[in-house]
Design a protein around this ligand. Structure first.
Ligand code: ARG
Length: 461
């Protein structure tokens, strides 16, 4: 039986309704935010002389007691209380009696849940940003060691041009930086206090929303109460930002899976962060990156699910909105363990420099350099240079060589104007270093990018 007695509803609710309607099984996660919100609310009420100082003190004392009970595992969450807001209010009444009944003055569960959930989401944004900075630090450490580690840069998963491993990872540093910025900008935009909006239209009490907002650490007070109690954009943004971040994690995971295969052999995962097969004793499986790739699906699902819940809802609060929480809780948990384990997996994996280097000898990675050479040094139009290079590549293939391994005579048989200096041009390391344009893969440019990230991650050093 639900404990909210009402003028309209005389009979106690059906058991099935309690089970269907209740959110306490999952919104208990918001107990901390709910208690903090209530403490700020009663402080404001007493400052405004809406309740007495004595009532305020008793309420705060009771709320702190409840917090302790929850933290010590002594608190009883019951489906009969419907949600975390009623649960805490009912327990407070048991603990301190009638003063508890003054706590809900000038507010509604609609602004209360908007407050609790927003505080929760803002905090989770901050936690994720912290974890992402940890990941960025680990990437940076690996990058610093691998400016000289050549590997084939690919397009269409085909060998394209030589790059270095640091440069490759810097692409991910860039992605995670954008993610961090997205979480941060979401905090900026949504750092707005909903408390005091009451059910939908504000309140006739002489409240002080500014004061309450400051107590809770918000940047400002929301503008329109009708919007505030029905706004869940902050949760959607978190879900979208987590989805984008997981998409980045999933792309890196896919590469780790490929790299750790015997076909690539570019990295070896540590024993600690890989698993074995139950039947094939020789196997070492990349379960971690596979699961990271797989978990990306569920966070996309949570985003689409909340977008769908909110679509077409009339203003203001509708019970549909109770469906906003579980997906967010799930995505937040998934995001946080994913960032942590990705960082550990990267930190503990062995980079097989030699295998990367050897792989660059396949696929004529300096073919573009040869075409550029023919254009710059031998006076060909690029398209014609491209054609001759194609013929030379064909010759090299027929002779089981990479074009970087051809000698001068072989090259001159295609174009006599080719000079001894071509040998250096075709060297893979020189090919890489030739790409010295801003953001390019040359050693010099890669080092600049590392410095850029280092300054961003450690701003004071
Ligand atoms: N448990 C509800 C939720 O999560 C709290 C708000 C209920 N408000 C209401 N008017 N029924 O959305």
């Amino acid at each position: 039986m639900s404990k909210i007695a009402s003028g309209k509803i005389k009979k106690s609710s059906a058991k099935l309704l309690d089970e269907f309607n209740a959110s306490i099984m999952f919104d208990k996660e918001l107990y901390n935010e709910d208690i903090d919100g209530s403490i700020a609310h009663v402080k404001m009420l007493s400052k405004q002389k809406i309740i007495s100082d004595k009532s305020k003190d008793k309420i705060i004392e009771g709320l702190n007691e409840i917090k302790k009970e929850v933290e010590e595992g002594k608190y009883k969450f019951s489906i009969k209380d419907e949600d975390i807001h009623m649960s805490i209010e009912n327990r407070l009444t048991e603990l301190i009696g009638d003063d508890a009944k003054r706590m809900h003055t000038a507010r509604s569960r609609n602004d209360q849940v908007a407050l609790d959930f927003r505080l929760f989401v803002l905090n989770k944004n901050r936690e994720i940003v912290k974890l992402l900075f940890g990941l960025e630090k680990i990437l940076l450490n690996i990058e610093k060691k691998h400016v000289d580690t050549l590997l084939p840069g690919m397009t269409h998963l085909q060998h394209a041009q030589p790059i270095n491993f640091a440069y490759h990872l810097l692409a991910y540093s860039s992605m995670f930086k954008r993610d961090i910025e997205r979480f941060e900008s979401s905090i900026e935009r949504n750092n707005v206090s909903p408390i005091g909006c009451a059910a939908l239209a504000g309140t006739p009490y002489n409240t002080d929303r500014e004061y309450e907002s400051k107590l809770l650490g918000f940047k400002e007070v929301s503008i329109n109460c009708l919007d505030t109690v029905s706004d869940r954009d902050f949760a959607l943004e978190l879900l979208f930002n987590i989805s984008t971040m997981m998409m980045h994690i999933s792309r890196l995971s896919e590469e780790i899976i490929l790299w750790s295969s015997s076909e690539f052999g570019f990295v070896e995962l540590s024993d600690e962060y890989s698993t074995s097969s139950s039947i094939m004793p020789q196997k070492k499986n990349p379960d971690v990156p596979e699961l990271l790739r797989g978990k990306t699906g569920r966070v996309y699902g949570n985003l689409i699910s909340l977008l769908t819940v909110l679509k077409g809802l009339p203003l203001a609060y509708n019970k549909d909105m109770q469906e906003d929480k579980e997906g967010v809780f799930d995505s937040v948990k998934t995001a946080s363990i994913s960032i942590k384990i990705l960082a550990k997996t990267l930190e503990s994996m062995t980079v097989k420099k030699e295998n990367m280097q050897n792989a660059t000898k396949k696929g004529h990675l300096s073919a573009t350099d040869l075409a550029d050479y023919l254009t710059k040094k031998c006076g060909y139009a690029f398209r014609n240079a491209y054609k001759i290079t194609g013929e030379i590549v064909g010759y090299a293939d027929d002779h089981n060589k990479d074009i970087s391994e051809l000698n001068l005579q072989e090259l001159q048989s295609f174009e006599p104007k080719i000079n001894n200096d071509v040998i250096n041009v075709l060297k893979l390391e020189n090919s890489m270093n030739a790409r010295n344009s801003q953001g390019g893969t040359s050693k010099e440019s890669t080092k600049k990018q590392i410095t850029y990230f280092e300054k961003w991650i450690y701003p004071k050093s």
